[in-house]
Design a protein around this ligand. Structure first.
Ligand SMILES: Cc1cc2nc3c(=O)[nH]c(=O)nc-3n(C[C@H](O)[C@H](O)[C@H](O)COP(=O)(O)OP(=O)(O)OC[C@H]3O[C@@H](n4cnc5c(N)ncnc54)[C@H](O)[C@@H]3O)c2cc1C
Length: 440
């Protein structure tokens, strides 16, 4: 079997890449081991840059129809009071509206919905999109991809092979890259529960020792993410669901009823955060995208977005190579040149956000509360934070910024103008530089 591009793994990254390639007349074969929807929670927050990419793929209307808009993120510090309403110590609202773009919000979309929409988009280019469900990619033999499909082995010959298999990636293994994993002192419990119709804002509620992230989904549901100490899962489970009911109710009384919809620990997923970033994204005619290349701490809600953003750059590059009749392997370095520094930057940003919530003592809580409030009080910090997590651009934090955030210097009074900010939005030339460098 022959194809232009072979993709191992039909997660969000593989599907976004395949849909883009097929839409541009590139023959793509995608092997996905699963035959039906996965029950595993894998991220739902689509950041502004991802929305822009989905719009260009022609699926934004369907995505929006299945999504819940988040235009703000609320950070609430409270004091928990058993069987009473919590006492609010501080409330900070960070606003996607500070991003100078038409994509000034994020969207919560069930993960499997996003995948289904991308898969259907690919299928609409039936001449070019070849999807093998229930097909497990095993590795390479004689320069071809070896796939087990319907109990048979298939060999697929392609010009480029892309590993989009997620955290465990045979393509990455074949590339012989280094993976250095970093672990954290905390884990998360995550579960979707019903929410009141009026509970529409994304919210992170913290005390000196607790963290509860709440991200509303459509259909009056809310994704909840509850931080626990690493290794504490078994003890918490032994305490019974009543422990969760009480913790959630004391942190967010509005969800006291919704949390009781959890009837079985089976619906509560344990999430173990860790990070790694490989040292190279391609080798010869092999490339890796998404979690095969990097895993990010879930605090900043970036993992799925980085995968789709990788797919966009690699997809544009491969489609351009085909259109311009250029040898794919000579141009793959552009994919790494564009994506690797951006991913490093976001990995670092997510790591810092994770540290902010990693320590359980009162002085740290006070430091955190002030640091988050400072992002709101100081407009350049606010703009940089939202622009950076949006994926639409990059504006580095300076030492001066950090001194303001750390309460060493006072916040600035001046607002950042859209014109000033626009210098830091990624231009088309920065996203797809090969088109311009080739023109000279
Ligand atoms: C528990 C958990 C919670 C997360 N929470 C968030 C979050 O809140 N926000 C966020 O943005 N991100 C989150 N992420 C990260 C996010 O899910 C990933 O970054 C994103 O899904 C990466 O997409 P991907 O396409 O690279 O890989 P995946 O989504 O992992 O897709 C890989 C696909 O490849 C298939 N596959 C694997 N091996 C093979 C093989 N050998 N042959 C054929 N098919 C194969 C798999 O079945 C899967 O469908 C979370 C991840 C996990 C695991």
């Amino acid at each position: 079997m022959k194809t232009d591009v072979f993709i191992a793994g039909g997660g969000v990254g593989g599907l976004a890449l395949a849909a883009k390639l097929a839409s541009r007349g590139v023959h793509v074969t995608i092997a996905e081991q699963l035959t039906k929807e996965s029950p595993v929670y894998k991220g739902e927050l689509l950041q502004p840059k991802t929305l822009a990419i989905l719009e260009r793929l022609g699926v934004i209307e369907e995505i929006e129809a299945c999504g819940h808009v988040l235009d703000q993120l609320r950070f609430q510090e409270i004091k928990r009071r058993p069987h009473q309403e919590p006492e609010e110590i501080n409330l900070t609202e960070l606003d996607y509206g500070r991003v100078a773009s038409i994509y000034d919000h994020s969207l919560m979309v069930p993960h499997e919905k996003t995948k289904a929409i991308l898969r259907n988009k690919g299928k609409s280019y039936e001449e070019y999109f070849h999807y093998l469900g229930g097909a497990r990619f095993l590795g390479f033999e004689n320069g071809m991809a070896k796939v087990k499909h319907n109990k048979e082995f298939k060999f697929i010959q392609a010009q480029v092979y892309v590993g989009a298999e997620g955290r465990s990636s045979p393509t990455r293994d074949a590339m012989d890259v280094k993976v250095k994993r970093k672990d954290y002192n905390h884990h998360f419990l995550t579960v979707t529960i019903p929410r009141p119709e009026t509970f529409t804002k994304g919210k992170i509620i913290t005390t000196e020792s607790c963290f509860l992230g709440l991200f509303p989904l459509p259909d009056n549901e809310v994704r909840t993410v509850f931080l626990i100490k690493a290794g504490e899962y078994k003890t918490i489970k032994e305490k019974g669901l009543e422990y969760l009911y009480q913790a959630y109710s004391e942190l967010e009384p509005e969800l006291a009823e919704g949390v009781r919809a959890i009837k079985d620990w089976k619906t509560v997923q344990l999430m173990i955060p860790f990070t790694y970033h490989v040292d190279h994204y391609y080798s010869g005619n092999l490339a890796i995208i998404g979690d095969a290349a990097h895993t990010v701490h879930p605090m900043a809600g970036e993992g799925m977005n980085l995968a789709i953003q990788d797919a966009d750059v690699l997809g544009e590059l491969l489609a351009w190579c085909k259109e311009e009749d250029k040898p794919y392997d000579e141009y793959l370095h552009y994919y790494e040149d564009v994506r690797k520094p951006r991913v490093s930057f976001l990995l670092n940003l997510s790591h810092l956000s994770a540290l902010v919530y990693s320590f359980r003592f009162e002085l740290w809580r006070q430091f955190r509360s002030r640091a988050v409030q400072r992002i709101y009080d100081d407009d350049p910090l606010h703009v940089k934070q939202m622009l950076n997590i949006s994926g639409l651009g990059r504006w580095d934090f300076s030492l001066f910024d950090r001194a303001i955030q750390g309460n060493i210097l006072p916040p600035r009074k001046k607002k950042v103008s859209d014109r000033q900010q626009k210098k830091y939005l990624f231009s088309e030339k920065e996203d797809y530089p090969w088109r311009y460098q080739e023109k000279g």
